[in-house]
Design a protein around this ligand. Structure first.
Ligand SMILES: Nc1ncnc2c1ncn2[C@@H]1O[C@H](COP(=O)(O)OP(=O)(O)O)[C@@H](O)[C@H]1O
Ligand SMILES: [Mg+2]
Length: 248
């Protein structure tokens, strides 16, 4: 039996930030001259202490904010040039996003939360529900489909949020401190889920101040200090990150 060969990564970057700066009011720059390029299929962790500009960077990639200077290009789209409606369209088509506090709608069922992005994109109710069901199944939370989110544990809610983020098959999954509100066991589950999604080809950028999360689900780590990228390290592909559970 031959081992599957790793898929070659495409040359064209999926994300390209060039000399991006963002300052709020008269404060110091939240992000300064940041340049970063991420290829499709990569998983990248953005690490840094609180206030170092991680969320600022992610929000710029998501088109939730605009830089003062520099360019943000994602999948061929100049995100920094989009207006409000264009940015909303861009996010629906290209971005799945997961946040620390889940941001689920409390009065919609789990299945309706997951289906919502597809409904907003114009997909019919039946097709949306069917895809939501598949996602919930594959993420191991199908039994909660009819429940309201507040009946679920934190780890389960984050799985629902991941399912919702994947609903429209976005080329890019962004996660901002996805384990920040979880106990360590649920955090590890979410981390494993991200790792599996990346193994299936999903491009992921995960922002965290948790080095353990970074280590366990990505090979590439970008460090931010005071709004500046201070390092960008990819560990040797020949020695993949060891899953602690696989060590006997
Ligand atoms: N909307 C905002 N208004 C004013 N200052 C902000 C805003 N968002 C972020 N900042 C400031 O920008 C800096 C970087 O913030 P942020 O990107 O949220 O950091 P991190 O996610 O690494 O904790 C911080 O000094 C923060 O106070
Ligand atoms: Mg943040």
């Amino acid at each position: 039996m031959t081992a599957p060969r790793p898929r070659p990564l495409p040359a064209q970057p999926l994300i390209e930030l060039l000399d991006v700066s963002r300052r709020y009011g008269s404060g110091p720059p939240a992000l300064e001259d940041a340049s970063l390029s991420v290829r499709a299929g990569e998983a990248v962790a953005i690490l840094g202490p609180s206030g170092s500009g991680k969320s600022t960077l992610l929000n710029l990639v998501a088109g939730l904010d605009r830089p003062d200077s520099g360019s943000v290009t994602v999948d061929g789209v100049r995100v920094d040039r989009l207006g409000e409606a264009g940015a909303a369209r861009y996010r629906r088509a290209k971005i799945g996003m997961v946040f620390q506090f889940f941001h689920l709608l409390d009065d919609l069922s789990v299945a309706d939360n997951v289906a919502l992005p597809a409904r907003l994109a114009g997909l019919g109710r039946r097709e949306s529900q069917s895809r939501a069901g598949e996602l919930l199944e594959s993420l191991g939370i199908a039994r909660h489909a009819g429940a309201l989110p507040n009946r679920l544990s934190g780890g389960e809610r984050q799985r629902v949020a991941v399912a919702r983020a994947l609903m429209n098959r976005p080329p890019l999954l962004l996660a901002d401190e996805p384990t920040g509100a979880l106990d360590s066991a649920s955090g590890e589950e979410v981390s494993r889920l991200l790792r599996e999604l990346n193994a299936d080809g999903q491009t992921i950028v995960v922002v965290t101040h948790d080095t353990e999360l970074a280590r366990s689900c990505t090979r590439r780590t970008v460090r931010l200090v005071d709004g500046r990228i201070t390092s960008d390290v990819t560990s040797d592909a020949a020695t993949p990150v060891t899953d602690p559970e696989s060590v006997r």
